[in-house]
Design a protein around this ligand. Structure first.
Ligand SMILES: Nc1ncnc2c1ncn2[C@@H]1O[C@H](COP(=O)(O)OP(=O)(O)OP(=O)(O)O)[C@@H](O)[C@H]1O
Ligand SMILES: [Mg+2]
Length: 322
């Protein structure tokens, strides 16, 4: 792997987040994160994907300086964590599992109090910034309600609002759509895209593959504390190129023609034959089938999903507990 220069002042060259061999073993011997090398490019919407217990929250806690790594290093915005936490954290908005709220205060008062605890926040603009953040997450109507009466989704939105009180260079969101209904999930996705358009790098964890595919430019896949792969979402899905699928009442003949045409890994189903997508012209292949007398009802490339990639990489389904 190529190493960028170590003296990058703002972290953009080495990645907004860069970890090397980052490892966390909890007391009791549990190895939660194992030798993680993560690079999050500036301006990306980076999906941190993995099933329950794969080490996502543990990694995020180390990135935010909330817990010490057992070994390895983490740099955020070019500075070492947790050592540079005081300089780094004001530029980072974070939403971490179960945001801490005062149940007896309203959503609005929670944010006012949270902002007041931030020495870098300007008290003169506090009310306006709180109102804007509430509006951005769709909580304006519920702003006066006590937080203990909030649903899980509303608490999640309030946590997100807290991360948006100031302009940030980086947002770190641990399962931001947790507890939200489909409409709420769509709203958060839209919000994430808007923030990214404003130039904020967004790092978000999820165990939902399609969510990552819909909103992220880049992704890393974790399983049992280890990084399995990282890269652009397009590359990850294309890593396994899509499969060629022919729907036909003549699967035997179709399979023979495909093999003769050089298609690899041909699998014959009842009315369906699939194989590795060919490099060459698809139309020629279709023509070869037809001229061999194969009745073709359907012909095309089935796009590989991140889920396919995950299955291929781990040999297991996605919903496996770690
Ligand atoms: N405080 C802790 N003490 C001991 N073990 C822990 C602690 N926190 C987490 N673990 C263990 O570390 C592993 C990783 O947990 P972590 O919470 O980082 O996973 P996750 O990917 O965030 O999971 P989820 O999708 O459920 O949020 C799990 O096996 C978990 O049981
Ligand atoms: Mg978690």
């Amino acid at each position: 792997m190529q190493r960028p220069p170590a003296t990058e002042p703002d972290g953009d060259g080495e990645g907004v987040i860069a970890t090397r061999a980052l490892t966390k073993r909890y007391r009791g011997g549990q190895l939660a994160v194992d030798g993680l090398d993560l690079t999050v490019p500036a301006g990306s919407v980076f999906g941190f994907l993995g099933p329950n217990g794969s080490g996502k929250t543990t990694t995020i806690r180390m990135l935010m300086g909330l817990i010490e790594p057992t070994s390895g290093t983490a740099r955020v915005l070019g500075r070492p964590m947790p050592r540079a936490a005081r300089a780094v954290l004001p530029q980072v908005g974070a939403l971490i599992e179960g945001p801490a709220l005062y149940g007896f205060l309203s959503g609005r008062d929670n944010l006012l109090r949270y902002d007041a605890a931030d020495p870098t926040a300007d008290p003169r603009t506090r009310r306006a910034r709180v109102a804007a953040a509430l509006d951005r997450v769709g909580l304006t109507a519920a702003a006066g309600k006590k937080a203990k009466a909030y649903s899980l989704g509303m608490k999640q939105r309030l946590g997100l609002a807290a991360a948006l009180l100031q302009p940030r260079r980086l947002l770190v969101l641990d399962e931001p759509t947790n507890g939200l209904d489909p409409q709420g999930m769509r709203e958060i996705r839209t919000l994430v895209r808007e923030l990214a358009d404003d130039g904020t790098t967004v790092f978000l964890s999820s165990h939902l593959l399609d969510e990552i595919e819909q909103v992220c430019t880049h992704a890393a896949v974790m399983a049992r504390g280890r990084l399995i792969t990282q890269g652009t979402v397009a590359d990850l899905a294309a890593g396994l190129r899509g499969r060629l699928v022919v729907v036909t009442p003549d699967p035997g003949d179709a399979a023979r023609v495909l093999k003769e045409s050089g298609v690899g890994d041909v699998v014959v189903g009842e009315e369906r034959v699939s194989g590795e997508a060919p490099e060459g012209e698809l139309a020629d292949l279709n023509a070869a089938l037809v001229s061999a007398g194969v009745r073709v009802r359907g012909f095309g490339i089935e796009r590989a999903s991140l889920e396919d990639a995950f299955m291929a990489l781990t040999g297991e389904g996605f919903d496996v507990a770690g």
